[in-house]
Write a protein that binds this ligand. Structure first.
Ligand SMILES: [Zn+2]
Length: 443
């Protein structure tokens, strides 16, 4: 091989296909006969036209993807691992849905073998959907969360994850002693945060204000702030019913966000799912403190929670990405979430360019990982998907002949998980359609 080699001498692999790669909300690189060169250590060495690179790399290991798209992997900024068995069950709004479907499903995670079965299925499904990074709620159970980290580690998956913390207003089987909850979270963070050079990261995960005492939130704030690089992941202002209940539980707080702010939980690497019902002061605080939002449109449709204030969030300069929020969102596929993000806005047309950016690079930026993830640029980690538009009948066969906007538009409005041909994390395949296994049965 005449091409450059990696530090340990391994030869790079060259993936040939039609590369579409976001630079920002509006700017894309579109390379029809492109080459993505990945080192043996899973880092992107170079991206360009194959005609410009073939002399250097033609004798190396080539993976010709044919007439398929090569794109950055999708980033899901909010999803619940234990809820996958409850997808599609609704008929209620947030608080009733939690009581009826979700809390019983999460209580089953005290059974470690059940927890391992669901976690195995969960990470396989993420890979099958083209999701290369997810920000994940586990349950309150330390052993189940530890097992989920182990399974992600073994499968080569990437996650920001944490044990849920709840010390009031939940069924007895899901209530914790506050001190134990904090101690177990700290133990898991110490064990897993930064695993494999940052492939797995820890997020302290109080469920939401309603299931947290003031003491739990304050102590969580102290713990999070003394754990550099970790995340804080919770729900905020999803439904009006929830907002009202938070106001009655925390009468000294100006707003729902203020409950978290008074507890030291608002800062860079705070990820607030939903964030629908916000006032201007909330948005100012968010901007000042650099916290970020996970917009979950499919979930908001499903539970009829409200409409994300997209124009106000953008005007305030608050960063956000997209989340599936399975199981309140009925799909893991970020393709469907992108479409719903457009559809749920009654007045605003969100361009396919922006939507695909939000599902990839925008998520990486919000999570402070843009230097490593989110696009296909030299020096970044090789998290990418190969997309075959012909795998979905409704998608025009000649999509690759089209301009960038039409390619992205077809993906956003016609795409789903069936178009994912393969998924790579750090250059390692974690899903290949030809080797697709039957999903493990969930009972
Ligand atoms: Zn959620």
């Amino acid at each position: 091989m005449s091409g450059s080699s990696t530090k340990n001498g391994g030869a790079p692999t060259v993936y040939l296909g039609h590369i579409v790669d976001p630079m920002d909300e509006d700017t894309y690189r579109d390379i029809p006969e492109g080459a993505l060169v990945v080192s043996s250590e899973g880092q992107i060495e170079v991206v360009g036209k194959w005609s410009d690179l073939s002399a250097q790399y033609s004798s190396g290991k080539l993976v010709d993807c044919g007439r398929k798209l090569i794109m950055p992997g999708m980033i899901d900024m909010h999803i619940h691992l234990p809820q996958v068995s409850q997808i599609g069950k609704s008929g209620d709004t947030l608080l009733g849905w939690l009581e009826k479907y979700i809390f019983p499903a999460e209580a089953r995670f005290s059974d470690l073998s059940h927890a391992e079965k669901i976690a195995t299925w969960f990470f396989d499904e993420l890979a099958r959907n083209g999701t290369t990074l997810a920000v994940v709620f586990s349950t309150i159970h330390k052993e189940a969360t530890d097992a989920a980290f182990s399974i992600a580690a073994d499968k080569g998956m990437r996650a920001i994850m944490g044990k849920v913390m709840m010390d009031r207003n939940a069924p007895a089987s899901l209530l914790e002693n506050s001190k134990n909850s904090l101690a177990e979270s700290e133990q898991l963070a110490n064990k897993w945060h930064g695993f494999d050079n940052g492939r797995l990261l820890y997020a302290f995960t109080p469920r939401f204000a309603i299931t947290s005492t003031d003491e739990l939130l304050h102590d969580c704030g102290k713990l999070w702030q003394s754990s550099p690089g970790t995340y804080l992941h919770t729900h905020l202002s999803e439904s009006l019913e929830e907002v009202k209940k938070v106001a009655s539980l925390f009468p000294s707080s100006r707003s729902y966000l203020d409950v978290y702010d008074q507890s030291g939980l608002v800062g860079a690497r705070s990820v607030f799912a939903h964030s629908i019902h916000l006032d201007d002061q909330d948005l100012r605080v968010m901007h000042q403190k650099h916290c970020v939002l996970a917009h979950c449109p499919s979930s908001n449709f499903f539970l009829k929670s409200g409409i994300f204030p997209l124009d106000r969030v953008k005007a305030a300069g608050v960063e956000f990405g997209l989340g599936s929020d399975v199981a309140a969102g009925p799909q893991m596929s970020l393709f469907g979430v992108m479409k719903d993000a457009n559809f749920i806005q009654p007045q605003i047309w969100i361009s396919p360019r922006e939507l695909f950016y939000r599902a990839t690079r925008g998520g990486a930026k919000a999570l402070k990982l843009e230097d490593r993830l989110g696009s296909l640029e030299a020096g970044k980690e090789a998290d990418f998907i190969v997309v075959d538009p012909t795998l979905k009948n409704a998608c025009p066969m000649d999509i690759l002949e089209h301009e960038t906007d039409d390619i992205l538009s077809a993906l956003v409005f016609l795409g789903d998980d069936r178009m994912i041909d393969s998924t790579y994390i750090r250059g390692r395949p974690v899903f290949k359609r030809t080797r697709e296994k039957e999903a493990a049965g969930i009972s």
